[in-house]
Design a protein around this ligand. Structure first.
Ligand code: UDP
Length: 253
């Protein structure tokens, strides 16, 4: 069998050419990075969990009419997605202050915001993904005004959906990041949710205890990241409680 072509390798995923034109295979690695890749580790099982969780969220979004790149899961670590032209923005939606917003504006982490606040960062690792305004986005031609209207509406719909899904299992959606892709259907182009939605790109806090169930566990050395992600997956019914262990089995003589 011919070796498939690697298109791109990022910090947490590898993209391969898909079986048909316009498709891509997205492979979820176990690598975890934070602080612009200054902190790195391999967290066994993270890729399997994120593949499942992203499938769960993207499928739900597709079902309520929010278009995403997700086509189907292929195996434990891979999913088939539509090829898109990624808009070079990280679209962040915040319901409660945390992370960089708390630092920047001096607002205590966990403070509820008067309404969801959408922020944009320019995707450039060498610059540390700087916060930008719609003025920068328009002036530098990263997205048109129509695109920005569509992006805002997609981001808020994703926020409502994810907030509700998480609230139903006792988890607060503090904030999240999505990426948006452009697809061409004949003469038309439209924007869809791309990349991934997983605890790597969300802040998720237990509503009762405030326990963190997201990548902050890794960023801030708060315990086992796999346990945190497994908790999210189990509550959502994505990974049955008695599922086979996701770590490598140890050989018993
Ligand atoms: N986020 C992400 N990738 C990034 C930056 C942020 O997925 O490169 C997510 C992050 O997990 C959080 C939200 O976006 O859910 C807001 O992140 P923030 O700006 O507070 O940055 P951080 O404190 O993570 O540096």
């Amino acid at each position: 069998m011919a070796r498939r072509k690697k298109i791109y390798e990022g910090k947490a995923k590898i993209l391969y050419e898909g079986p048909e034109p316009g498709t891509i295979v997205q492979y979820f690695k176990d690598d975890a990075t934070a602080f612009n890749a200054q902190k790195k580790d391999v967290i066994e099982g993270k890729g399997v969990l994120n593949n499942r969780l992203s499938e769960f969220f993207m499928t739900g979004l597709n079902q309520i009419g929010v278009p995403t790149h997700f086509i189907r899961r292929l195996n434990m670590r891979e999913q088939l997605v539509r090829q898109v032209e990624i808009i070079p923005l990280e679209v962040i939606v915040r319901n409660f202050a945390a992370g960089s917003m708390s630092k920047r504006l001096g607002i205590d982490e966990g403070t509820q915001l008067p309404r969801p606040i959408v922020e944009y960062c320019y995707k450039d690792d060498s610059l540390g993904d700087p916060l930008v305004t719609e003025e920068h986005i328009a002036a530098f031609g990263w997205a048109s005004q129509q695109d920005m209207d569509d992006i805002l509406s997609l981001a808020l719909r994703v926020n409502d959906f994810l907030s509700g899904v998480m609230m139903a299992v006792g988890i607060r959606l503090v904030d999240f990041k999505i990426e948006i892709g452009r697809v061409y259907d004949g003469d038309f182009q439209r924007l869809i949710v791309a990349d991934e939605i997983s605890p790597d790109s969300c802040r998720l806090w237990d509503m009762e205890t405030g326990q963190k169930l997201d990548k902050d566990v890794f960023r801030r050395d708060l315990g086992s990241l796999t346990d945190a992600y497994t908790e999210v997956a189990t509550r959502l019914g994505v990974m049955p409680k008695n599922a086979a262990p996701i770590t490598k089995p140890t050989l018993i003589n």
